[in-house]
Design a protein around this ligand. Structure first.
Ligand code: LP5
Ligand code: MN
Length: 244
């Protein structure tokens, strides 16, 4: 039977080689033979721009990840890549190196006869007002163009600064603010006309069940790979979370 797999929030970095090692094992098996692999954001801890791939002082880990994804693609698995809040600067150059296709957030597909929406998950956290302000700025064309015009070393320092600010902000933000906002979830099911929603970002793997407008709806939250990791499998019209 055909299998479709979903992962997110690997936050790959040279500082955590065991996570990349786990990804390479996952790509060799069980991902090998799957019809499609969806990566729903935050594959990398941060992404500074596709030029980092080729630069001599660039990212060897990124080149290894691209090669491993390309091998999966060459073996017949479609690879689909969505931006997260850390790697939204991943572009056509990286996608091409992976043999992957960049997909929008949200994306919509049909799985086993069910209408399914895919998201990174950060847009569901509408009560996190400070984050949504940062997001609007960071996703704006002028801000991105200015960032990408800086030398790689300067971008690296800026990203470290943003990361430190984010960690500081998170310590002062209540947990429930950083989880999805219930009304945003309801709204997403209705607006996208789906009964299944798959996302990551919150690092709170779970299956949530709702009754919305008389329909049974499910929200599947993917695990992060910093502490363990795992993936979602769609097979024979059913979904299940597996650990790696
Ligand atoms: O990422 P995580 O899990 O720690 O927390 C997120 C939210 N934070 C972020 C910020 C990123 O971590 C920063 C790194 C991005 C690097 C990208 C490459 C370089 C950027 C290029 C720009 C074009 O996403 C966090 C949420 C949390 O998820 C849960 O949902 O709460 O949001 C915050 O912490 C809100 C803070 O207010 C964000 C502050 C970011 C830094 C601001 C510095 C000032 C920016 C000035 C710009 C001119
Ligand atoms: Mn995220």
């Amino acid at each position: 039977m055909s299998r479709t797999l979903f992962i997110s929030d690997l936050h790959l970095t040279r500082e955590q080689p065991q996570v990349s090692a786990q990804l390479f094992r996952f790509l060799a098996d069980p991902a090998r033979g799957a019809a499609a692999l969806y990566i729903l954001g935050d594959l990398f801890e941060v992404w500074l721009g596709d030029d980092a791939l080729a630069a001599p002082d660039g990212d060897r880990l990124a080149r290894e990840v691209a090669a491993a994804l390309h091998a999966l693609h060459a073996a017949g698995t479609e690879v689909l890549l969505m931006h997260g809040n850390r790697d939204f600067l991943l572009g056509a150059g990286f996608a091409q190196a992976c043999g992957a296709r960049l997909i929008d957030d949200p994306a919509r597909l049909t799985l086993g006869g069910q209408a399914v929406a895919l998201m990174h998950g950060d847009t569901l956290c509408t009560d996190d007002v400070a984050y949504q302000k940062f997001r609007a700025l960071a996703r704006s064309r002028p801000f991105q163009d200015e960032f990408l015009s800086k030398p790689l070393a300067e971008r690296r320092l800026l990203a470290q600064h943003y990361r430190a600010k984010s960690e500081q902000a998170k310590r002062a933000t209540p947990d429930e603010i950083m989880d999805v906002t219930p009304s945003a979830v309801q709204d997403a099911f209705r607006r996208l006309a789906v009964t299944r929603l798959i996302h990551g970002h919150t690092h709170r793997p779970a299956t949530h069940r709702y009754e919305i407008d008389g329909q049974h709806c499910e929200r599947w939250v993917l695990p992060d790979w910093d502490r363990g990791g795992g993936y979602l499998v769609a097979e024979d019209g059913a979904l299940r979370l597996e650990r790696v």
